[in-house]
Design a protein around this ligand. Sequence first.
Ligand code: NAP
Length: 250
Amino acid sequence: MSKMLEGKVALVTGGSRGIGAAIARALAKDGADVAISYASAKDRAGSVVAELKALGVRAKAFQADQGKTAEVGNLIAAVGSHFGRVDILVNNAGVLVLGEVHDRANNLTEFDRMFDINVRGVAAAVRAVAPLMTDGGRIISIGSVVGESTPFAGAADYSGTKAALLGLTRGWARDLGPKGITVNAVQPGPIDTDMNPSENGEFSDTQKSLTALGRFGTAEEVAAAVTFLASPSASYITGSTITVDGGFNA
Ligand code: NAP
């Protein structure tokens, strides 16, 4: 029996670990050929690629700093040239830097770097990929619940990057709708990864207590929403956001 995404090519940025690696695995299980990008974890990216190939799909890892526009453009071109097409772009690579606005250690250099990676790099990727995508194309960006509400101090800059993605998602849906390309976001709540470990003292306890389910989510629970949006079943969903947060924003 043919799989849902057979014949499709997906690029998952930041696919070497965490949520991105889980998304890459889930897309491959559904039959898509998968490219992943990474910043520096070459060995981990190589292990993910080996897992993807073991699922019977084509897979390749590309080093590209999401915070550098030229590297993002080269990444999309390299994926297009290696696989012959790009049907699904998952903008997952992201960084989190916490710090309160009045804290002297919290400076604008970190603010700029976070916006460069979490927002500007995504805008560069969408600009580069849109001309390569055809009818049925899918663009999915990983936002965050804190793009919608910020229930603790120290996350303003990060929240700002994720809120920006929501506005861009709605606008890009309008721009690319006539080409038959859908553009959506998935906003996770607390997910157990290197970025946000589930056992991290007061910070993780606070996050758990803010969810209705009383626990962190898994990367696979986020990946399930991404594969749904990438699938033919989601053909009439665009400009939308799916929240996967255990009730954090309920
Ligand atoms: P993670 O475990 O820290 O993994 C981050 C991934 O992004 C890695 O593959 C990393 O590559 C890559 N990356 C980081 N900076 C990059 C750059 N400059 N260029 C290219 N790739 C870069 O993070 P995660 O928790 O899986 O988060 C994935 C996404 O979900 C992010 O956008 C994050 O904001 C969002 N999110 C996470 C949570 C959570 O609770 N974990 C909640 C809401 C939203 P290397 O391995 O090479 O460093």
